[in-house]
Ligand binder design. Structure first.
Ligand code: NDP
Length: 333
């Protein structure tokens, strides 16, 4: 018998999530049956989209149920295998969520071929879902051209920090916002042309206008709210606005007001296009080839913020809404 601890949703958050919305529990795992494996998780992902699944409403993924384990990405090591194709020691990616260990059919797991110089947890960040979101969203929707001015919000996070670097590698000028001076310094160190601390800059519109006096061609939105209004204001004709996320609204108890300047979408012929990363799952091979190449050649950098122990998962998740992370927020087990 293996004992595993797991984090369950105790209650649905109203506004900002709090520790009491989560519950840690221990359970005994059954022995793996035929075709099944026992996996010990090493890293778990906490992601902003999980906040939407805590609300009981229809969406592109079903809501979490009260009392059930929070599902999300994790990387683990096979501890015992009764399945062909997976052996003890193999590294696997799963969506079984916030648990120390689990038993599952091998068919529900993805075996990872982790290159020698890349840590396994990068498959939850730069080489995983956030990396694909950044690369595919920017390239497929934004279609950046050399010389374009790209504005990125939430730029020091898991997705944003890859977007800014891909945009630089594609020959663009990058204006980015983040919530601390330290984050802005890091963004400059990876090539961002203008990094703005949106918490201390005062007038965000004036700060972005000063950084991009001729306007922007692409906006990659992770934040929504005031940032989106600013992006519409500074957009050049035919600019592309990529709606990846709107984290500033995820804890709102009433719908946030829309941008007041939407009429400019007409006059400037703007394209505003949302997406969910699954749309681009078929491009994963191309993504690994291009981004993996940049990692190998040292052209693309990434950071992780790692909290240790499964009991830290709620704090890590809540920390996403407080800007506690630079790069990908992870929990190490
Ligand atoms: P991040 O690593 O960017 O973490 C969240 C960051 O958001 C925080 O560090 C914080 O940074 C910033 N933030 C939090 N609250 C606010 C606020 N009120 N206003 C402005 N910034 C805020 O998360 P991810 O990279 O995983 O996700 C980034 C965005 O992309 C999210 O909106 C997410 O939902 C979305 N997403 C969308 C996907 C899709 O398929 N469309 C897939 C994956 C992610 P700071 O210190 O700068 O405030």
């Amino acid at each position: 018998m293996t004992t595993s601890r797991e984090i369950r949703l105790a209650s649905r958050p109203v506004g900002m999530p709090v520790a009491e919305n989560f519950q840690i529990a221990a359970c005994e795992l059954a022995e793996p049956g035929p075709g099944e494996v026992l996996v010990h998780n090493k890293f778990m992902s906490v992601d902003p989209y999980m906040r939407g699944r805590m609300v009981d409403r229809a969406s592109y993924v079903p809501p979490f149920a009260i009392g059930e384990v929070l599902q999300g990405g994790a990387i683990g090591v096979v501890a015992h295998s009764n399945a062909e194709g997976l052996k003890k020691g193999d590294i696997v990616s799963s969506m079984f969520g916030w648990r120390e260990a689990f038993v599952a059919p091998a068919a529900a797991l993805e075996k990872l071929d982790v290159p020698a110089r890349v840590p396994m947890e990068s498959f939850l960040g730069v080489l995983g879902m956030p990396g694909l979101t950044a690369w595919a969203g920017l390239m497929q929707i934004g279609k950046p051209k050399p010389g374009d001015v790209v504005f990125v919000s939430g730029a020091a996070g898991a997705v944003g920090s890859i977007v800014v670097q891909v945009a630089k590698l594609k020959g663009c000028t990058v204006v980015a916002t983040a919530g601390s001076d330290e984050k802005c310094e890091w963004l400059k160190s990876v090539g961002v042309d203008h990094a703005i601390n949106y918490r201390t800059c005062g007038d965000l519109l004036a700060a972005v206008q000063a950084a991009a006096p001729k306007g922007i061609d692409i906006y990659f939105d992770n934040v929504g709210g005031e940032h989106l209004e600013v992006a519409i204001e500074v957009a050049r004709p035919f600019a592309r606005l990529i709606e990846c996320g709107m984290i500033s609204a995820y804890n709102d108890t009433d719908p946030a007001p829309g941008p007041r300047n939407m009429i400019q979408i007409v006059g400037k012929s703007l394209t505003i296009r949302g997406f969910i990363v699954m749309e681009f799952a078929g491009l994963r091979g191309d993504f690994i080839a291009e981004v993996g190449g940049w990692i190998r050649s040292g052209k693309l950098k990434w950071q992780e913020t790692v909290l240790e122990g499964i009991e830290q998962a709620p704090a890590a998740f809540i920390g996403l809404f407080e800007g506690k992370n630079t790069g990908k927020m992870l929990v190490k087990l």
